[in-house]
Design a protein around this ligand. Structure first.
Ligand SMILES: Nc1ncnc2c1ncn2[C@@H]1O[C@H](COP(=O)(O)OP(=O)(O)OP(=O)(O)O)[C@@H](O)[C@H]1O
Length: 235
């Protein structure tokens, strides 16, 4: 479903070149909840941002469903990005818009008609359990509720893949578990493939079937979570 082939990412600025990813390859199958774990600065965010080309890899290829997105033009890329939802540590909600309007936003961009958008927002509010907060504003929500809004918004256009960049890192342990449970439900009920970037082994143990360990720009180990846990314990 997602194939990353020999990706290298070099950030270049006045200070010089910085190698953030070195020859990274990864295969994510449909239905996986795939964890990418590593210490701060290892390259995790860079890797996930290379999957939807928020960052362009300096070298290497990315395939989604067999199509090479690193070779796509802007129009095709814009369409393909609709099949890749993303959520972030700091939620990235539109603070001046209500919960409903945040969730509706990607539907407006995709030019979904008003009635269908209304129905879809109602469905999503139910999915994430926020029907009673439909008219609230982000500032009136807890961290867990904000992340639920972000998840609903990311799912609005029926993506095949959900990319989660440290999505639970700002949350307490109990709220983290409730968000992880929601992600697992989404994976099981909607068949959405999930990639989770985290620095917490607990997150990987709780929901990831597979995991890659990233250290200093390289994947040093990847495979079934149960086989990898022992390795990470030694890091
Ligand atoms: N735009 C940029 N320009 C230069 N260097 C960058 C840029 N973005 C990231 N880096 C560097 O690349 C390395 C990898 O960053 P990245 O954000 O991918 O790491 P990470 O594993 O996600 O870390 P964290 O868990 O702290 O977010 C870091 O050393 C970072 O300083």
């Amino acid at each position: 479903m997602i194939k990353i082939e020999n990706i290298t990412k070099i950030y270049s600025n006045q200070a010089g070149d910085f190698l953030a990813l070195e020859n990274v390859s990864l295969n994510v199958d449909k239905g996986d909840i795939y964890g990418v774990i590593g210490l701060s600065g290892a390259g995790k965010s860079t890797l996930v941002r290379c999957i939807n080309l928020l960052e362009r890899p300096t070298e290497g290829k990315v395939y989604i469903d067999g199509e090479e997105i690193t070779a796509m033009g802007e129009d095709q890329l814009r369409k393909t990005r609709q099949s890749l939802g993303m959520i972030f540590q700091d939620f990235n909600l539109l603070m001046q818009r209500s919960v409903t309007d945040n969730i509706r936003f990607p539907l407006e961009i995709a030019k979904v008609n008003k009635k269908d958008a209304e129905n879809r927002v109602a469905e999503l509010l139910e999915l994430v359990g926020l029907q009673d907060k439909a008219n609230s504003y982000p500032a009136q929500l807890s961290g867990g509720q904000k992340q639920r809004v972000a998840i609903a918004r990311a799912l609005a256009n029926h993506p095949k893949v959900l990319l989660c960049d440290e999505a639970t890192s700002a949350l307490d342990p109990v709220t983290t578990l409730s968000i992880l449970k929601l992600l697992k439900d989404i994976n099981e009920k909607l068949g959405v493939t999930i990639i989770i970037i985290t620095h917490e082994m607990k997150v990987v143990e709780t929901i990831c079937n597979k995991v890659a360990v990233i250290e200093s720009a390289k994947i040093v180990k990847d495979g079934w979570t149960k086989d990898i846990i022992h390795h990470f314990g030694e890091v």
